[in-house]
Design a protein around this ligand. Structure first.
Ligand SMILES: [Zn+2]
Length: 386
């Protein structure tokens, strides 16, 4: 246990050091009233089980998700979900794609290798994956830990018979944000103010829960890697034993009826607090997010994110998107690298490709049906055309 605690602290320290080197425009600022903004910080680290060396793969900050309405003009270029842990996971997939592209071009890579006697690639088997998050993921997990004083009265006041908590009245197993707060073990959309535009993006608890079955690969890396990659550790500051049990309960509740292989995550606590975390209730969240990917051989790319696109590229809702507004972790960017690796898909649209992956689709549909027996509510369709 002491060893695992040490591992968690080492990872938290390393990520904090990397955070410190981000551009100041990527970080929360002090507002004119002197109150500092807060954000959530997450990172993906590979642990070499032979040497114990740590290798940062991606890191991200952010607390925003785009309203569903915004996505109509996206064409794969806007990030639906800007929550730090989800963006960091997208960063992981971008790094895998970059490394496969490098391998294909005969370059050296440190995370991915050619599979023996096969057209596929493998993630190195001596690497374990840790996800660090500076606070508990939104949705069911964090709601189990909150005290009543942290909750808005309207979130508490909603009862089972109130229709406002449902996005679709025929679906009682997906709840909106934190409404009907005392209900536990349900899929929820990202929390937001009641007067804000609806996002259909699911909470980070739900997404992380799902990845214990479906892996942390997206449809593109799933196609290219011989074996899926799962999270081995989740590290959050100040996690008590009681919290770890609650997280297990949250995941178990949603998977009670699920058969198949669940790759359980080991939860570790660290005593290292993230410096731009929320400390007081009068602090506002930062609108800015960031992504940094470490693609190998000392190369890294950092981008600042605002409203789902690169900072400075956002246009008002009734206007088309700017050229090159997309971040390197967007669906559009990932699809471009993938088509370079696999030119045979270049005449296909992204969603057609995704639909063609029957086994993966079946796994996802099955997992969704267990998490939400009344059916799934998807976000706005967002395709990249050939
Ligand atoms: Zn979240």
């Amino acid at each position: 246990m002491a060893q695992e605690h040490q591992l968690a602290d080492r990872i938290a320290d390393l990520l904090q050091q990397k955070y410190d080197t981000l551009k100041s425009s990527s970080k929360p600022v002090a507002r004119s009233n002197g109150i500092k903004e807060w954000t959530v910080f997450a990172g993906i680290v590979a642990i070499n089980t032979d040497t114990n060396d740590l290798r940062v793969i991606s890191l991200a900050t952010g607390v925003k998700a785009l309203p569903n309405k915004e996505l109509e003009r996206s064409g794969g270029k806007m990030l639906h979900d800007g929550h730090a842990e989800i963006v960091a996971l997208r960063g992981f997939n971008t790094v895998i794609l970059q490394q496969i592209y490098q391998l294909k071009n005969g370059e050296e890579t440190d995370l991915v290798i050619h599979s023996k006697d096969s057209e596929y690639y493998s993630f190195k088997s001596n690497l374990k994956i840790a996800l660090y998050i500076s606070q508990l993921p939104c949705g069911d997990i964090s709601m189990r830990m909150l005290k009543e004083r942290d909750i808005a009265p309207e979130e508490l006041a909603i009862k089972d018979e109130d229709s406002i908590q449902y996005i679709n009245q025929d679906n009682k197993t997906i709840l909106r944000g934190r409404l009907n707060f005392n209900k536990k073990g349900y899929v929820r959309t990202k929390p937001g103010r009641l007067d804000s535009q609806l996002t259909k993006s699911k909470s980070c608890s739900d997404k992380l829960c799902m990845k214990q079955y479906t892996s942390i690969l997206n449809c593109l890396t799933f196609q290219l890697l011989e074996q899926p990659v799962y999270l081995d550790y989740m590290i959050v500051p100040g996690m008590t034993t009681e919290m770890k049990e609650d997280i297990d309960l949250c995941f178990n509740k949603q998977f009670e009826r699920c058969v198949g292989t669940r790759h359980e995550v080991c939860y570790l606590s660290t005593s290292k607090e993230f410096k731009d975390t929320r400390n007081t209730s009068d602090q506002e969240p930062s609108a800015i997010g960031a992504i940094k990917v470490f693609i190998g051989q000392g190369n890294s790319i950092e981008q600042t994110i605002l409203n789902g696109v690169k900072n400075g590229s956002y246009t008002k809702k009734n206007k088309p998107l700017r050229k090159n507004c997309e971040t390197l972790v967007s669906r559009f960017s990932q699809w471009q690298i993938f088509k370079e690796i696999e030119p045979k898909y270049s005449q296909m649209s992204y969603l057609d490709f995704k639909q063609s992956q029957h086994e993966r689709r079946k796994l996802i549909d099955y997992t969704r049906s267990k998490m939400s027996p009344d059916g799934w509510i998807s976000t706005q369709e967002d395709d990249c055309l050939p």
